[in-house]
Each structure stands twice: as structure tokens, then as C-alpha cells.
Design a protein around this ligand. Structure first.
Ligand code: AOF
Ligand code: ZN
Length: 347
């Protein structure tokens, strides 16, 4: 209880580097002196930079931290990586107590950091706000424990779950506030993923560092705005080459569709650790079973049109027991729209 607020602060510090640390975790750190006064903060700013603990400790001099407490959302590391072990530095600096949000799931750390600290006589308080800390690093956890890419999906619908009218008109279902939030969400993920159908229907730009485009028959115009920035990975059925700044990746086809398992695995092998899917109902439906998290914006509108496009459109079921089930974990208003965040329970 006593450390919850400080752990929240670590999480907020860590979030400042969203989109910059992959494949490494988001980590923030707060240091208190022996009387409990906050004397330093730090965070892991970007991949390859100092770890959060080192960032916070190196701001101090004259042994201000001797006898103090260090709070960090992830177990301090015990290995020589890009920098020497944080656990060693904490011990050297005479910290007396370390408060940790969660154990590191990286197998080379996995409890060794905590052991090192305890062996040096440091008091260790574990699992403070563990659930929040795990959500903060859900991408890192999936990457480390499953060796798989984390798949998030964003959709924006009317109250009746439609993403467009029957003739495909879909622009601006949600308000500008919601669309601004989408930009922030995108930034958290290594790449966005969309399809030729979405490009042909909406001609979006989807500004991002990395873009995965599924276009089996190479129907999209390579001069379209989506191709104008970022690294492009164009999964298709025929070409395998790098040309005009585009990575064409030849992909197996199953039932006239590009093999999603192949694509997700290939993306991971290419160093893409997390993906935000932004597409239409068909791809959303197909990729639902691989999705780890859904961001669903809902605008207070009803189309009422039974031939309008649905946000997940992939099958016919008779029995409600066969539905996919989710746990809604968050709700937030953006202008007149609501954002629901949910996770699959059964898919
Ligand atoms: C970070 N930032 O603040 C902490 C990390 O590649 P390296 O040498 O930077 O090591 C990365 C590993 O270090 C990472 O997988 C995680 O296990 C551990 N802790 N990493 O990038 C940090 N505390
Ligand atoms: Zn470290």
C-alpha cells in the first residue's frame, strides 16, 4: 500500500519512452533517501540507453542515496548486456531497500537480480502493483515467454458495431479527439498492419515507422499515400524482393488468403515485436484468434443498415455459446466517443 503511489510514478516515468524501447521493456525508477525524501527519478529512455535504475542513480552524487530506497517496476537486471548489471550498481551505492513491481521474465534475469540484492543484505519488497506493471510490459512479457509478436487490434464503430455503410463509406465515424488518441495508440506498437481492401476503400496514410501491408494480388497503387513514409513490408503471393524502398515478402496462400501465421512469425523474425492491426471486418475477424488486445472506439451513431459492414465479420454462428469472449478492462471518453479496451478470454 505504502509504495503504490511511487510505483504508479515509476509506471508514468516509464511510459514517457513508449514506442522507443522495443525490444526492451518500459522501466521507470524513483529513489528515496534514508529519510524517505524523493531525491531522484529515471527511466529507460530508448533501446540501448541506460536502464532506469542506472539513469536515476547516476543523477546523484556524494552518497545522497546511502541507506535509501529504490522503487522500480521491473526486477533489476543481473546480467552484463549493453550495460553492467543494475543490481551491482544498486549494491555499490549502498541502497538499503528495493521495491519491485514484477519479476523479470527474461530468462537470463528471472529472479537472479532479486537474489543478488538479497544476498547483499538488501531488503526486497516484491510484486507492488504487479498487475499494472504486467500490463505496462505486456508486449515484452509475450515476446519473452512465447517468442511471439504481440498483436493489438483497433477498430472504430457505430453503436451497432458497423465500420461503414453498405457502399463502404467509413471516413470519420469517430470524432477528432478519438482519432488523435489512435495516433498515440499507434505509437506504442512497432508496426501497424493493414490490407489492400482498406487501402483501396479509404486510401489512408497511417503515419508510422513500420507498416505491414497484406496485398495478395498486389492490387494497391505503390504511389498511394500509405507507401510514402516508414519501412514497408508488403506481404503478397508472388514477389520476394526489395525494390523501390519496399520489402516484398512472398507469402503462402491458404483458402485464397495470405497465411496469417506465416506473416506474424515472419514479422517477429524481422524484429517487429508488436503490431497494431487497423483494417476492416474481414481481416479483423481472421486475425481475432491471434489478437492479444482490442481497442474499440464507439461513436454514438446507429446505421441500422443490415448490409453495413461489421467490425468482426468472419463466420455464421447459431448459438451464443460459440461466441468469442472478452474481459473489458478499460473505458474512457474521447469527445463524444467511448474507447473500450478488452482482452480475449476465449477465442
Ligand atoms: C531495459 N531497461 O530499465 C531494465 C531492463 O539489452 P540490455 O543490455 O539493455 O538488457 C535488456 C534486458 O535488461 C531486458 O530484457 C530486461 O530483462 C532487463 N531490464 N532492460 O532495457 C531497463 N531494467
Ligand atoms: Zn538493468
Amino acid at each position: 500500500m505504502q509504495y503504490n503511489l511511487l510505483m504508479k510514478k515509476c509506471i508514468e516515468l516509464a511510459k514517457q519512452a513508449e514506442g522507443l524501447t522495443s525490444p526492451n521493456p518500459l522501466v521507470g525508477c524513483v529513489i528515496l533517501d534514508k529519510d524517505g525524501n524523493e531525491i531522484s527519478t529515471g527511466y529507460h529512455r530508448k533501446y540501448g540507453d541506460n536502464h532506469a535504475e542506472r539513469d536515476a542513480l547516476l543523477k546523484l552524487h556524494n552518497g545522497e542515496e546511502t541507506g535509501g530506497t529504490l522503487i522500480v517496476n521491473l526486477e533489476p537486471c543481473s546480467h552484463y548486456g549493453k550495460t553492467p548489471p543494475c543490481a551491482d550498481l544498486i549494491i555499490e551505492r549502498g541502497i538499503k531497500k528495493v521495491v519491485i513491481g514484477m519479476q523479470d521474465v527474461n530468462p537470463i534475469v528471472a529472479g537472479n537480480g532479486i537474489r543478488k540484492l538479497k544476498n547483499a543484505g538488501i531488503e526486497v519488497v516484491e510484486n507492488v502493483l504487479e498487475d499494472e506493471c504486467k500490463i505496462l510490459n505486456e508486449v515484452f512479457i509475450k515476446n519473452m515467454t512465447k517468442n511471439e509478436v504481440f498483436v493489438a487490434l483497433k477498430t472504430a464503430t457505430t453503436l451497432d458495431g458497423k465500420i461503414a455503410t453498405s457502399n463502404g463509406s467509413s471516413k470519420w465515424i469517430t470524432s477528432s479527439k478519438a482519432r488523435n488518441e489512435v495516433k498515440k495508440i499507434r505509437n506504442r506498437y512497432d508496426a501497424i498492419l493493414t490490407t489492400s481492401s482498406t487501402i483501396l476503400a479509404d486510401n489512408p496514410t497511417m503515419a508510422h515507422r513500420k507498416k505491414i501491408i497484406l496485398d495478395r494480388e498486389l492490387k494497391t497503387n505503390l504511389e498511394a499515400p500509405i507507401y510514402k513514409d516508414g519501412e514497408i513490408y508488403l506481404f503478397n503471393a508472388s514477389l520476394d524482393m526489395f525494390e523501390g524502398g519496399i520489402n516484398f515478402i512472398k507469402t503462402p496462400v491458404i483458402n485464397e488468403k495470405l497465411d496469417l501465421e506465416f506473416i506474424l512469425k515472419k514479422a517477429f523474425d524481422l524484429g517487429i515485436k508488436s503490431i497494431l492491426v487497423e483494417s476492416g471486418g474481414h481481416l479483423n475477424g481472421e486475425i481475432l484468434k491471434y489478437s492479444d488486445k482490442i481497442y474499440h472506439f464507439i461513436a454514438p451513431k446507429i446505421t441500422g443498415d443490415n448490409s453495413s459492414l461489421s467490425c468482426f465479420d468472419f463466420r455464421h454462428i447459431e448459438n451464443i455459446n460459440e461466441s468469442c469472449n472478452f474481459k473489458i478492462t478499460n473505458q474512457e471518453m474521447f469527445g463524444s466517443d467511448i474507447l473500450l479496451t478488452y482482452y480475449p478470454i476465449s477465442k
